[in-house]
Design a protein around this ligand. Structure first.
Ligand SMILES: Nc1nc2c(ncn2[C@@H]2O[C@H](COP(=O)(O)OP(=O)(O)OP(=O)(O)O)[C@@H](O)[C@H]2O)c(=O)[nH]1
Ligand SMILES: [Mg+2]
Ligand SMILES: [Zn+2]
Length: 311
């Protein structure tokens, strides 16, 4: 362990990519933040992924004019990624090297989208990234009914934080989850990701958007992923709202393992390669019948595995 840790500390450059603008990147270095371009070979060597992504650790050459050049990118420890649009074999990195995903959804305006949340949790499980479900705008849920769709995630074992930027409820709890980690706030447009960040650290003054009266959806106000340092060892990335989450790198034969609430049962199915759809003596289906696995989450699993079938 000590050896591995030591090795990593020597290989892990301190410079952190905090924002990208086309060809340019803001890189936070021990000597301050500098604007960098990327050496050509870095791009040539990394065609199946974003050559440089926000959250990457990089080696830089400092130029005399205060700018820099990214010479190389340290191997990513992990990455929260989606599929690049129209390219099944190309990875689009949402954030490199996060410790945890804060999946933000709202109880209303826009209304909850549990299938998309399931997909977020899946890409995080796949990449070995912890998740926290953040249910925002609970001020719009005066009866407490709207937030019930998120109960399934608590049942599945995920931490669920209910909060409101307007009333401040849950903000301290969210802050606790962030401490000492690199977190990525992700979710649909308009759920309040940037508003939460402003509330957590009012010095940031990040632009927030409006909700369209016509569609009840957000207006994609945040356009580039940006990492904000909050305190020593605490970083948070704000990301643009996502419309569709293309799954990248999911091993469909092991989809069941990405549903943490299924895991206790997976060794007890009669067939070793049980898909838990219609096999006899299936421990997952038994757990479902016994009410130990939430039916909506199971349906989400089934739909992911057999997308063509009617729900
Ligand atoms: N009622 C209510 N409105 C909120 C809350 N949090 C955010 N909003 C509003 O929701 C709208 C969208 O907020 P943003 O922070 O821009 O949402 P976002 O998730 O960053 O959206 P994108 O950047 O487009 O992905 C703004 O009008 C906020 O004022 C909340 O807790 N309660
Ligand atoms: Mg935003
Ligand atoms: Zn089974």
């Amino acid at each position: 362990m000590a050896d591995a840790a030591q090795q990593q500390s020597t290989e892990w450059p301190p410079n952190l990519v905090v924002r990208g603008y086309g060809k340019f990147y803001d890189v936070l270095t021990p000597h301050g933040q500098i604007l960098c371009t990327v050496r050509g070979n870095v791009k040539r060597e990394r065609r199946k992924t974003d050559p440089v992504a926000v959250g990457d650790r990089v080696d830089v050459t400092f130029l005399e004019d205060g700018e820099g050049i990214i010479e190389s990118v340290a191997p990513r420890r992990r990455a929260l990624s989606r599929q690049a649009r129209g390219r099944t074999d190309v990875e689009q990195v949402i954030l490199a090297n996060p410790d945890q995903l804060i999946a933000v959804f709202s109880v209303a305006e826009p209304e909850p989208h549990p299938r998309m949340l399931d997909r977020f949790l899946l890409i995080a499980e796949r990449a070995d990234i912890d998740s926290v479900v953040c249910v925002n705008k609970i001020d719009l849920d005066t009866t407490g009914e709207l937030r019930q769709v998120f109960d399934r995630y608590r049942e599945a074992g995920y931490p669920v934080v209910e909060c409101s930027v307007d009333t401040d409820e849950g903000i301290d709890e969210l802050r606790e989850h962030l401490r000492g980690k690199i977190s990525v706030l992700a979710g649909p447009s308009g759920v309040g990701k940037s508003s939460l960040l402003n509330r957590i650290d009012p010095t940031q003054e990040i632009r927030i958007g409006e909700i369209s009266d016509a569609t009840g959806k957000g207006r994609h106000t945040t356009t580039a992923t940006t990492i904000y340092p909050l305190a020593d060892d605490t970083y948070i990335a704000d990301t643009p709202g996502i419309r569709q989450l293309g799954l990248f790198g999911v091993d469909w034969d092991h989809l069941d393992e990405y549903f943490p609430e299924f895991r206790p049962y997976l060794d007890d199915c009669f067939y070793r390669d049980c898909t838990h759809i219609d096999e006899p003596d299936c421990a997952v289906l038994d757990a479902l019948e016994a009410g130990k696995i939430n039916r909506d989450r199971y349906e989400s699993y089934r739909q992911l595995l057999r997308p063509s079938e009617e729900e």
